[in-house]
Design a protein around this ligand. Sequence first.
Ligand SMILES: NC(=O)c1ccc[n+]([C@@H]2O[C@H](COP(=O)([O-])OP(=O)(O)OC[C@H]3O[C@@H](n4cnc5c(N)ncnc54)[C@H](OP(=O)(O)O)[C@@H]3O)[C@@H](O)[C@H]2O)c1
Length: 300
Amino acid sequence: MNQIILSEKLTVSRIALGFWRVKNWNFTTNQLLNYIESALDKGITTFDHADIYGDFQAETIFGNALKQKPSLREKMQLVTKCGIQPLYRDIPGKRVKFYDTSFQHIVKSVDQSLKNFNTDYIDLLLIHRADPLMNPEETARAFDALKQAGKVLHFGVSNFSFMEFEMLNRYTSEPLITNQVEISPYTLEHFENSNMAFFLKEKIHPMAWSPLAGGKLINPVDEKSKRINEALMDLANRLNIPSIDTLVYAWLLHHPAGIIPIIGSGKIERMNSALAAFDINLTTEMWYEIYEASLGQPVP
Ligand SMILES: NC(=O)c1ccc[n+]([C@@H]2O[C@H](COP(=O)([O-])OP(=O)(O)OC[C@H]3O[C@@H](n4cnc5c(N)ncnc54)[C@H](OP(=O)(O)O)[C@@H]3O)[C@@H](O)[C@H]2O)c1
C-alpha cells in the first residue's frame, strides 16, 4: 500500500479512514474490530477522529475495539482533533457553540481522548477549526506540554487558511505537519483560495475530508452534484471503471500536493473502491473534465 511522509517521524497511509460516522454504522465491538483489521490488512493504517465525533462517543467506540486487541495500536496512526465546544454537550449554563484553543481545553481534551482510545499516545493532534480568539503562544504551549509528556507526537490543523496556518506555525516549537480541509470535485475552495499553492510551496500534504462530498457525488442532491456525477459516470464508462467513487479518489490522488483522502464509510466494498484508484492514471484533460463539471463552465 502506498504511504506518504508527513514528517521525518510520521508516515501515514496514502488513503486514511475516518470515524466521524462510526456511531451510525451500528457495529458491535467485534464487527468494528474486524473492520479495523481489514483496513490494516489493506494497508489503510491512518485513522481519523475528533473528540466531538459521534456526540463525543466515536473515540470510545473505537477504543473499545482497540482494547480487545491492544497489539493493533502500534500498527496504526491515530489522528484526533480538539478545539470545538459544541452546544449539545451537557454542560449547565452553556449558551453557544464555540471554539476553545486554550491550554487548559487542549490538554484536557487530549487526556480524555487518550482514555477513550485506551492508548497512551496520539500520533497526530489537529486543531479542528481556526479560532478567532486563538492565542497562538498559549496553543503552542499546550502542544509543548503534550509533546514533552509523550502524549502527542505531532501537531497540525484543520480548516485553516494558509495565513492562519502560517500564523500558528510561527509559534510552535515544531512545524505543523498537515492541514485537514474539505477537498473534492464538489468543493474546489482550496484550489481557489491559494491553500493548494501554499501546500505545494511548503511541501505539506493536506488531508481531504468528505472526498465524496458526503455522498452527494454518488447520489446527487443539487444541480452541481448532478453535473459532476454525470461527468464521473461518463468518464467511468469510457475507462471501464465499475464505481465512480474510485474515479473521485483517483482525481484527488492525481494532484501533485499529495492529497490524503479520508474514506467516510463503514463498508468494506467502499474501501476496496477507494484503493482501486491506485491503478487509475488520469490524463490532465480527464482531470479537467471533472473540474469543469464542478465549475459549470470551461476554465477561462
Ligand atoms: N476536519 C473536519 O472538519 C472534518 C469534517 C468532516 C469529516 N471529516 C473527516 O473526513 C471523514 C470522511 O468524511 P465523510 O464521511 O463526509 O466522507 P465522504 O466519503 O464524502 O462521505 C461519506 C458518505 O458517503 C456515502 N458513500 C460513500 N460511498 C458511497 C457509494 N458508493 N454510494 C453511496 N453512498 C456512498 C457513505 O455512505 P455509506 O456509509 O453507505 O458508505 C457516507 O454516508 C470523516 O469520517 C472524518 O474523519 C473531517
